[in-house]
Structure formats: structure tokens, C-alpha cells
Design a protein around this ligand. Structure first.
Ligand code: HMG
Ligand code: MG
Length: 289
């Protein structure tokens, strides 16, 4: 074994937020309950955003309140503003995440704010969370490419990641939202971000639009990243990133890491069962364009 690599399961959030079919809360709960037995330490299963913007996440409170919580698993939720934060607390999220973009175009399209305005919105969330010791993760989207602004400068990713880290995010997840990254562009970006944030506090969040997510994971592994976000069944996309397809599939990442000799602590039988469940939840038509 060459050490432990954590897969952070994001399927019930990043995966399901982009599905066309209206998925009943009971099905979401069933998926999370299955994933709870797989050996994950963290599962993102809720998003307290505007239901006008992302209707698929409307039942997030019921999901969090309806799941069987497994010992040692933290159930996470996205919170774009204080309203989302309050709702996440009411639903007993174990950790929350704020989400910023490295590019202005995506920031506007996704959360209707400039990067600076979004950081201003996150400041009171981080402040409130600090008082109750609630862990806050920070996402940076479009770390190599933006659907609106084109290629992203690595220095811009480092600047936004640095701000989130300084505000108190315990980990920064670096999102190739579009799935356009290459091992080279991931490496160039990571080398800049590693200058400002310890690599042990970074995670890779790679969408698999171009089929390069595993190669990008390899590039990140070689630079010391040991946490990767993935979605069972390769569910997902982002409703505000035209062209973004599914997250890299958890089962593919787990098998790949195992082949490389890493320990993920995951039960592949349970993962495969959850992946099958996730695939069967998909709408007939994909929502991504
Ligand atoms: P806005 O329209 O600028 O804000 O949206 P607003 O304050 O005018 O609110 C609009 C309406 O939403 C109002 O309702 C608010 O009350 C309501 P109305 O008065 O019209 O009836 N509202 C809320 N409702 C529920 N929960 C809330 C909330 N806040 C306001 N928390 C806002 C701004 C941020 C709310 C909106 O843009 C939004 O919800 N955006 C979320 C978009 C999103 O969820 N995108 C996907 C997640 S990010 C992602 O997938 C990328 C990631 O995976 C990493 C990667 O891949 O790169 C993380
Ligand atoms: Mg994503």
C-alpha cells in the first residue's frame, strides 16, 4: 500500500442536482443510506440554495433529517448565503461548504455575484460556523477553464483559494467544473495553489466530460493531493456550467486507486450497489447541454 486516499462522495448533491427527473426525497435518502455503509468519512447530500435556481435540491432538509446517520460519517451541505447556513443548521448538517469561482463569468452565472461579492457573503457564514466549531469546506470552481471566460490563470485560483483558506475553510476543493482540464493544466494550477495552501488541505474535484478525470487525479496524486471528490455512477454536472458533464465516478476512482496500491477504506460491493442505484435514478434525458 502506498497510503490512504480519501474519496469524498458528492453524488447525492453534485450528482443529483443536475438530473432532469424530479427525484423523490425517499429515493435520495435510500441512496445516502446505502452510501453510509460504504466506508466514506464524508458524504455531501444536501444543498441549501434557491429552489428557483436549482429545483432538484429543494428537499435537502428532508433528506438530511431522513437519513440514518452512520457513526464516523459527516453529512455535508452547500450553503451559498446566511439563509442557506441557517437551513443547514436546522437540518443538522455536520459540515457545510461555501462555493466560489476562480472566474468572474461562472461566479455571475452560478451565484449571481462577482467573486468579491461572493466572498463578502461567505464571511458571516464562516464567522458563525467558527463560533460553533462547524467545519466549513471551500470550493473553487473553474480552476483551469471557464465556460464563459476561457482558460483560468493559476494565480487567480491560488488567490481565491487563499482567501477562502484565510477565512477559515478547513479544506479547499479545486473544481474542474467543465471537465476540460488536462494533467498539465492541473499540475500548473496545483503548483501555484500549493505555494499558498498546504497540499494536505487540498482536494481535487474533477468532472469527467473529456474522459481525463483519472489522468488528472494521477497528476494531482503525484503533487501530493490525497482527497478526491467523486459521485457514484458518475452522476452529475452543474446546471450553471454549460457543457459540464458528470463527476468522475466513485467506483472508477476507487478501482483506479486500488490498482495503484492506495487504500481507500471503501467496500467495493456497497459502492457498486450504490452506483447501480444512482444510475437507475437518472432521468432518461441528461440535463447537461
Ligand atoms: P439571487 O437571485 O441573486 O438572490 O440568487 P436573491 O437573494 O434575490 O434570492 C432569489 C430568491 O431565492 C429569493 O426568493 C430568495 O428568498 C431565495 P423570492 O423572494 O424570489 O421568492 N433564496 C433562497 N432560497 C432558499 N435557500 C437559500 C436562498 N437564498 C435566496 N439559501 C443565490 C443568489 C446564491 C441564492 C442563487 O444564485 C443560488 O441559489 N445559486 C446556487 C446555484 C447552485 O447551486 N449551483 C450549483 C452548485 S455549485 C457547483 O455545482 C460547483 C461545484 O460542484 C464545484 C465544481 O464542480 O466546480 C461545487
Ligand atoms: Mg461539481
Amino acid at each position: 500500500m502506498t497510503g490512504y486516499v480519501e474519496i469524498f462522495e458528492v453524488g447525492p448533491r453534485d450528482g443529483l442536482q443536475n438530473e432532469k427527473r424530479e427525484i423523490p426525497v425517499s429515493e435520495k435518502i435510500e441512496l445516502v443510506d446505502c452510501l453510509s455503509n460504504a466506508g466514506f468519512k464524508r458524504i455531501e447530500c444536501a444543498s441549501f440554495v434557491s429552489p428557483k435556481w436549482v429545483p432538484q435540491m429543494a428537499g435537502s432538509g428532508e433528506v438530511l433529517m431522513g437519513i440514518k446517520r452512520a457513526n464516523g460519517v459527516r453529512y455535508a451541505a452547500l450553503t451559498p448565503n446566511m439563509r442557506g447556513y441557517e437551513d443547514a443548521l436546522a437540518a443538522k448538517a455536520d459540515e457545510i461548504a461555501v462555493f466560489a469561482s476562480a472566474s468572474e463569468g461562472f461566479s455571475r452565472a452560478n451565484i449571481n455575484a462577482s467573486i468579491e461579492e461572493s466572498l463578502d457573503r461567505f464571511a458571516p457564514i464562516l464567522e458563525a460556523a467558527r463560533h460553533i466549531d462547524l467545519p466549513v469546506r471551500g470550493y473553487v470552481s473553474c480552476v483551469t477553464d471557464c465556460p464563459f471566460d476561457g482558460p483560468t490563470a493559476p494565480s487567480q485560483v491560488a488567490a481565491v483559494a487563499d482567501r477562502l483558506f484565510a477565512m477559515g475553510c478547513y479544506e479547499i476543493s479545486l473544481g474542474d467544473t467543465l471537465g476540460k482540464a488536462t494533467p498539465d493544466s492541473i499540475a500548473r494550477m496545483l503548483l501555484k495553489v500549493r505555494d499558498v495552501i498546504p497540499v494536505g488541505r487540498l482536494a481535487g474535484h474533477f468532472h469527467d466530460t473529456s474522459g481525463r478525470a483519472l489522468a488528472n487525479i494521477d497528476a494531482a496524486l503525484s503533487l501530493g493531493v490525497r482527497v478526491f471528490d467523486a459521485a457514484v455512477g458518475g452522476l452529475g454536472g452543474c446546471p450553471y456550467a454549460p457543457g459540464a458533464a458528470g463527476n468522475v465516478a466513485t467506483e472508477a476512482v476507487a478501482a483506479h486507486l486500488e490498482r495503484l496500491g492506495y487504500d481507500t477504506g471503501l467496500d467495493m460491493d456497497v459502492i457498486n450497489q450504490a452506483a447501480q442505484m444512482a444510475r437507475s435514478m437518472r432521468g432518461e434525458q441528461e440535463a447537461h447541454v
